[in-house]
Design a protein around this ligand. Sequence first.
Ligand SMILES: Cc1ncc(COP(=O)(O)O)c(C=O)c1O
Length: 361
Amino acid sequence: MAPAFPSQPLTRWVRPEIHALTAYHVPASVGLVKLDAMENPYPWPDDLRDPWLQSLRNAELNRYPDPEAQELKEKLGEFLGLPPDADLLLGNGSDELIQMILLTVAGQERCVLAPEPTFAMYKIIAQCVGLRFVGVPLLSSDFALDIEAMLEAIACHQPAAVFLAYPNNPTANLFARSDIERILRASPGVVLIDEAYHEFSKATFLADLPTYPNLLILRTLSKCGLAGLRVGALVGGLDWIREINKVRLPYNINILSQASALFMLGHARVLEEQIARICADRERLAERLGALPQIKFWPSKTNFLTLENRRRDDLADRLKQKGVLIKDLTGMHPLVEGCIRVTVGTPEENKIFLQALASVA
Ligand SMILES: Cc1ncc(COP(=O)(O)O)c(C=O)c1O
């Protein structure tokens, strides 16, 4: 009888760089105040739920979705204000678009470069597609780009892609525009400006697309209130988008996400109001944090705050014991050792967080 499992060890077949990875872990959040993933804490208003469900009634689940999601692309293009000669590619979340970009440029001896600490998926996806990842530390004083070190690393490593989160996760700040312009001019490959938190910062490089042929811009519907849909958008010049589209799997935006996102774009005011509320609550939260002498926090252009406990570094565990789930940044990068990242929640959630923090910090 043939053995149930192949006799060869799996390490013969699994690529060593994959074997060395740990799968991305999303902590369980049941029963906890969930402030760990930069979601919009507000559901859609009740009076929109019925019309939304109505918009799904005609979705033919027995058929594949529109492979190009043409209608959604057009509406989203108008919504984003696409410059002339730019095109749009949709992804199953912006994570998938990051993967598509890296699949497009992957190759032996090639690398991706990004400042660190930054969004973890840049490095994870680079490793998955067989690209070397080069991280350049941010300045420790204010998490600004170390522009001379970035330019030196670009000249030395000739990266196929440079990734800049604008604003950056987990440091919540916007890098200086003039520094990014120097990177755009110095980079031999593509430069991705990831504007996942655009709604909270309002800053964008969209208008710069015609100036820089190597510029790509990433947006997502996740942070403004539709994380469950998994819809991201990549904007760039026609040439780059045409090439990256070749690695896209067919039908990558499912029929329910297409219909729901289209419906949402017709009611974008609702999300805009929620975002305005979140921004105002972020300032209130920062004000309250300012009254806690043991807490240091950094200014934020996002829907989260990054903070450090001057006395204790087991904040995350202690907050969890109090029923609040935040992101522990310890172990991510030396610059954010002992820090936590907290998403701005509803006023009630923020109050619970502040009370828990005051009791454990
Ligand atoms: C900078 C940045 N880019 C992209 C993403 C991923 O977003 P999406 O939900 O569209 O995959 C995140 C999520 O936290 C992020 O912080």
